[in-house]
Design a binder for this molecule. Structure first.
Ligand code: HQG
Length: 182
C-alpha cells in the first residue's frame, strides 16, 4: 500500500535520524514510546493509528522496525545516524560480505576504506543481490567484496541486526575488492 510506504519512510526518519522534528525523544536503546509516536505523528499531519502502525511493522519489506515485547515501544533495527544501543551481540561473520555503492564513491573508498559516513555503522549485505539494491540508491552501482572473516580474525567486531544487515565500524582498504560476479 502506497500510503503505508510513505508513512514507513517517515517513521524511519523519526526513529533513525530526527525524532525531534515531531517533538519526541528516543531512549538509549533507540525506542520511542508507541502512544507518543502515534500522537506526535497525528499532530504533524502524518495520520496513523495503532492498527496501521502494527501493519507497517509486520509488512515492511525489510523488517525495518521492531516492537518491544508488549508493543509499548518501537525502534528501527538498523540505519541510525543517532547513537543508540541496539543491544546486539558480536557475531562471527561469513567469509565474504558485500557492500553496494556508487561508482563515483570508489576513488574515495579506495583511499580511506568504507567509513560510516553519517550512520552509526558501516552496513554490509549477505549477498550480491541485496548489495546491488543498496548501491543503486546512490547512482551507478558497483559491488565490493568484503573479506569479513579475515577482518574478524584480525580483531574487528561484527554485529548482525535483527533484520539481517551486517554492521561494523569500518572496512580498511586491504579487506576490499571490486566484485565482478552477478
Ligand atoms: C559510501 C539502507 C566515500 C557508502 C540500506 C555509501 C542499508 C564512502 C554511502 C543502509 C566511503 C553512505 C545503509 C568513503 C563509505 N568515501 N564514500 N570512504 N565509505 N562510503 O546510505 O550502506 O533501506 O549511509 O558506500 O539498505 O548505502 O534505509 O549507507 O554509498 O542497509 O532500511 O557512503 O540503509 O537501509 O550511504 O546504506 P548510506 P548505505 P534502508
Amino acid at each position: 500500500m502506497k500510503k503505508d510506504e510513505s508513512l514507513g519512510r517517515f517513521i524511519s526518519m523519526i526513529l533513525r535520524h530526527k525524532p525531534e522534528i515531531i517533538g519526541i525523544t528516543l531512549d538509549e536503546y533507540g525506542y520511542a514510546d508507541v502512544n507518543e509516536l502515534i500522537s506526535a505523528m497525528n499532530k504533524h499531519k502524518k495520520y496513523i493509528d495503532r492498527m496501521t502502525l502494527e501493519r507497517i511493522v509486520t509488512e515492511n519489506d525489510k523488517k525495518r522496525y521492531s516492537f518491544n515485547e508488549n508493543h509499548t515501544k518501537i525502534r528501527a533495527n538498523q540505519g541510525h545516524s543517532i547513537t543508540v544501543n541496539l543491544e546486539l551481540d558480536k557475531k562471527v561473520p561469513p567469509e565474504i560480505l558485500y557492500h553496494g555503492t556508487a561508482i563515483r564513491f570508489l576513488e574515495s573508498i579506495q583511499k580511506s576504506g568504507l567509513q560510516k559516513m553519517s550512520r552509526q555503522y558501516v552496513h554490509l549485505s549477505k549477498d550480491i543481490k541485496t548489495a546491488i539494491k543498496v548501491g543503486k540508491r546512490h547512482g551507478n552501482v558497483v559491488v565490493l567484496k568484503v573479506y569479513a572473516k579475515k577482518m574478524f580474525e584480525n580483531g574487528y567486531d561484527f554485529y548482525l541486526s535483527k533484520n539481517g544487515v551486517w554492521l561494523c565500524d569500518k572496512v580498511p582498504c586491504e579487506y576490499l575488492e571490486q566484485c565482478n560476479e552477478k
